[in-house]
Design a protein around this ligand. Structure first.
Ligand SMILES: [Zn+2]
Length: 88
């Protein structure tokens, strides 16, 4: 009998936690949607000087920053230009 009560208690806790989690989600965007939205973020292409959807970009990770380019050629050109600049 005690075990049954204990199980009931655990079950009630579970229901409470579940409903609390659900209610806290009200008005807040679920994580999945946030991730989806982040994929549609516009990023700046420093080569063409335009904004481009991040999901279609070529990503380049530097030591201190992440750069995005609309094409491979852009990335190459920008890095070459920057390299030249360093030697000035
Ligand atoms: Zn570009």
């Amino acid at each position: 009998m005690r075990l049954l009560l204990f199980l009931l208690f655990v079950y009630l806790c579970y229901i409470l936690l579940k409903s609390r989690r659900k209610s806290s989600g009200n008005g807040v965007t679920p994580f999945k949607d946030i991730k989806k939205r982040a994929d549609d973020i516009m990023v700046f292409d420093p080569c063409c000087k335009i904004y481009y959807p991040r999901k279609d970009c070529i990503e380049f990770k530097d030591k201190k920053e992440i750069l995005y380019f609309c094409r491979k050629e852009c990335k190459k050109k920008f890095l070459e230009d920057r390299k030249k600049g360093d030697f000035k």
